[in-house]
Design a protein around this ligand. Structure first.
Ligand SMILES: [Zn+2]
Length: 322
């Protein structure tokens, strides 16, 4: 089989993460994987990069989204003549219906209270929604799920890789090439982010557990190269994944050691884990902290031992060695 032709189009974003990589696949169809953000600069640079490739936005037949975050999925309407492909679980953030945003706000308000955030931090909910300005609204035309073939491109299929976001997918080519979105990034460890459940009475997903499963799944593929959403292509994915999983486990065990000294809330653990940045980056750091707590509960190292007001108190299980 011929190796696929992949062109990387790098687009600036207004976010702390910096540039985002989108990928152009030319086969029987012209497919763009991720779009960059909905900003004037994003549109301008995207148009210029497509021009360099001899294309206009109208020439794109298919847009595939690795996940719904605004740095990756902003320009869905901009490519209105293309079919939009994404995982079903990404769609709620792509359309942002009133009923979903209602569930969204209700969920995070409760979640922050359960994490023990003092009331004056509840403004975080509004801050969290700010990046959504860089995202158009559009429903998905075709849902992609595990092992689906990518239409118009022989050899490519979908690998579900949830964790960083619920609807996260990667594209895998038979020759070992992976377009990985934010599944594996060389220079930063990708954050498993807390998202609302998929129904009012459903439990919330456990993104750290899902993310570790996704990393193991990627390692098992023995990828030759992973083209990420940010930073350099990853040529030693298995090694990097091993290192990421070890570091995550170590961080979780450090969290357990904090709880052995004193049982407490997620917010108090967050302050100890990220003393310098928790105030500025509360959304990310509380998500990361709760991810570690989820992992420790899942591994039976700690338990939710009770409530203090609405806040959950976590306690290390006794009799389990560190
Ligand atoms: Zn990203």
């Amino acid at each position: 089989m011929k190796d696929p032709v992949i062109q990387q189009l790098t687009i600036p974003t207004p976010f702390a993460v910096g540039d985002v990589h989108t990928y152009l696949l030319i086969g029987d169809a012209v497919t763009l994987v991720d779009t960059g953000p909905d900003t004037a600069e994003g549109k301008e640079v995207m148009t210029a990069k497509l021009k360099e490739a001899g294309l206009t936005p109208q020439d794109i037949d298919q847009v595939v989204l690795t996940h719904h975050h605004p740095d990756h999925a902003g320009l869905t309407e901009f490519f209105s003549s293309a079919k939009l492909f994404a995982h079903r679980d990404s769609e709620r953030f792509l359309t942002r219906t009133d009923s979903f945003m209602h569930l969204h706000d209700f969920f995070y308000t409760e979640f922050f209270k359960q994490a023990g955030l003092p009331d004056h931090y509840l403004i975080l909910l509004e801050k969290m929604k700010e990046p959504l300005y860089a995202m158009e609204r559009r429903p998905v035309d075709v849902y992609l799920s595990e092992e689906d073939a990518l239409p118009g491109h022989v050899g490519w299929s979908v690998m579900e890789s949830h964790g960083h976001s619920q609807g996260h997918i990667s594209l895998v080519h038979e020759n070992g090439t992976v377009i990985g979105g934010d599944l594996l990034i060389q220079h930063i460890s990708s954050n498993p982010l807390i998202e609302p459940p998929f129904g009012i009475n459903q439990p919330r997903p456990l993104p750290q557990i899902q993310y570790n499963e996704s990393l193991n799944k990627l390692a098992a593929l023995k990828p030759v190269i992973v083209y990420p959403g940010h930073g350099k292509p990853v040529s030693h994915a298995e090694e990097l994944i091993k290192d990421r999983l070890v570091k995550q486990h170590e961080r979780a065990m450090y969290v357990k050691s904090l709880l052995q000294r004193q049982e407490t809330t997620a917010f108090e653990v967050c302050k100890q884990l990220f003393p310098k940045i928790y105030k500025k980056q509360l959304g990310l750091t509380i998500s990361e902290t709760v991810g570690q707590l989820d992992y420790l509960i899942f591994s039976k190292e700690i338990k939710a031992a009770g409530l203090e007001g609405q806040a959950v108190i976590y306690r290390a299980e006794s009799g389990v060695k560190l």
